[in-house]
Design a protein around this ligand. Structure first.
Ligand code: F6P
Length: 473
């Protein structure tokens, strides 16, 4: 088997710190099994000149990280990746702030990563690149003469060409994906949007169901909904519910039901809209006042970007308004916390919560939804309230699916979740859990890497793409 080289902007260096992003959780789980090399940004932006790449080796994996210079960080990370690509790929043209300088910084950092990685790669390594920060990365490696199999997986949504073409210079950037051998998406919708882009905007010829001809190369497209370590997470939750931390939280609820939300502080997650829905719930279903506590754990993210500052303000003010209007001396309706929590703490809290609110306005997959399902006591499970605009809605079809833009509807779903009979809760959780056991993180990584390393195998298994997320009645 070839060595696996993973490249992503964030690297889950094993330092024991709590993390906020789904990407690190997924890649760490995938690498745990196979081992290899994980390359990317160190998370540091030193005042002086960046140091040479640093390597840490633990178990079967080497982590190699590079620092970014201040201007690279501003133009690549805060600029093009997170103020242009992030909003546009989440269908938020209204929030995109394009500048040519930032695009220059984005291309420069991709070059810089390729230059730094190349001394560590061997000709038969298989290279797996992750997410929107690294769209031109295969091109940067190919320009340097590397002929390895290189795959790309995008963890976030991919919008239709009608939206994507509003990105200035899209014709310079998006076709660079053609230098990957395999491009993977979370959902069929995302993959179809990309196929339409290739056909309509690049005039590429389709040479198979999931295949396009691109100069003398072939681009394969696939759908690989990212999973979680379903059974291991279930075991973790069973242990974590008895931890001192979780016990203290449960005691502090004084027998009230808990609803949980866990998201990075990001406008795509619909946290402010969710607060409005919770407020509507307390208004429309007054019997629940004093009987339920909503815990929202929201680590800060990309805090120097103005759109994030605005939304942080909006959420804080909604929390203050709800607690001021409905709270009692003995009851705070919303507990709002910006601290990141460990995986163990979250597993225990998920298990203790009667319902989870996962209501992004748009989300590639959303692993919180999947972990919540995995963490439940299957004899007495809580209820997942899930946005229909999260990729996870396909596999978790037995969740209460809601429109996050409809606060009345989400408020009604909260009431329904808290009142749901045990038999229905079990049936819904069982359905979702079984799907998630089948498509867990190992399966995700094996499918992607199998298709990348042995593309001919795909032709022999034509029905796999439709295998997940049977319809819920
Ligand atoms: O999963 C999407 C993603 O943007 C990842 O690429 C990223 O690592 C994670 O969310 C957290 O965001 P950031 O790295 O900007 O803190």
């Amino acid at each position: 088997m070839s060595r696996l080289v993973v490249v992503s902007n964030r690297v889950g260096v094993p330092d024991g710190r709590a993390r906020a992003g789904g990407l690190e959780v997924a890649i760490r789980a995938a690498l745990r099994r196979r081992g290899g090399l994980w390359f990317g940004w160190s998370g540091r932006v030193p005042e002086n000149d960046p140091e040479p790449p640093k390597t840490i080796t633990q178990d079967n994996t080497s982590y190699i990280t590079v620092d970014l210079r201040k201007d690279d960080y501003e133009e690549f990370y805060n600029g093009f990746a997170n103020r242009v690509l992030w909003p546009i790929l989440h269908y938020r043209l209204d929030l995109a702030e394009f500048s040519r300088r930032d695009l220059g910084g984005y291309l420069r950092v991709n070059e810089f990563f390729a230059r730094n990685l190349e001394r560590f790669i061997k000709p038969d390594d298989v290279i797996w690149v992750h997410d929107y920060h690294l769209i031109p990365f295969a091109k940067a490696l190919r320009d340097r003469g590397h002929k390895n199999r290189i795959g790309f997986f995008i963890h976030i949504p991919f919008p239709p060409p009608e939206i994507l073409t509003a990105l200035p210079n899209h014709e310079r950037l998006i076709p660079a994906l053609g230098h990957f051998d395999l491009v993977g998406f979370q959902t069929e919708v995302d993959a179809t949007n990309f196929s339409r882009y290739l056909a309509n905007e690049c005039g590429l010829k389709r040479i198979g169901e999931n295949r396009f001809a691109y100069d003398d190369r072939t681009i394969e497209i696939g759908v690989y909904p990212v999973g979680v370590e379903t059974e291991a997470f279930a075991r973790l939750a069973r242990r974590a519910i008895d931890s001192t931390f979780v016990r203290e939280v449960i005691e502090s609820l004084s027998s009230r039901a808990m609803i949980i939300g866990v998201d990075r502080l990001d406008y795509t997650k619909g946290i402010a809209e969710r607060m409005d829905a919770f407020e509507r719930f307390l208004t429309n279903y007054p019997d629940w006042r004093g009987k339920v506590t909503y815990l929202q754990i929201t680590p800060r993210s990309r805090s120097s970007i103005p759109e994030y500052v605005d939304m942080a303000r909006r959420v804080s003010s909604a929390v203050g308004r709800i607690n001021g209007a409905f709270g009692e001396a003995s009851w705070t309706p919303v507990r709002y916390i910006n601290k990141a929590h460990t995986r163990t703490a979250l597993a225990g809290l998920y298990r203790a919560a009667r319902a989870a609110l996962v209501t992004p306005l748009r989300d590639g997959m959303n692993l919180v939804a999947k972990e919540y399902v995995a963490a439940q006591d299957r004899e007495d499970p809580g209820v997942l309230i899930l946005s229909r605009f999260a990729g996870a809605a396909k596999e978790c079809a037995a969740a209460l699916l809601v429109n996050p833009y409809d606060p009345e509807g989400v408020g009604a779903a909260i009431d329904r979740a808290l009142s749901m009979p045990l038999a229905e809760r079990r049936e819904r959780n069982d359905h979702n859990y079984r799907v998630l056991v089948k498509n867990d993180i190992t399966h995700w990584a094996e499918r992607f890497l199998g298709d990348l390393e042995a593309p001919w195998r795909r032709d022999e298994e034509t029905d796999r793409r439709a295998a997940f997320g049977a319809r819920w009645h």
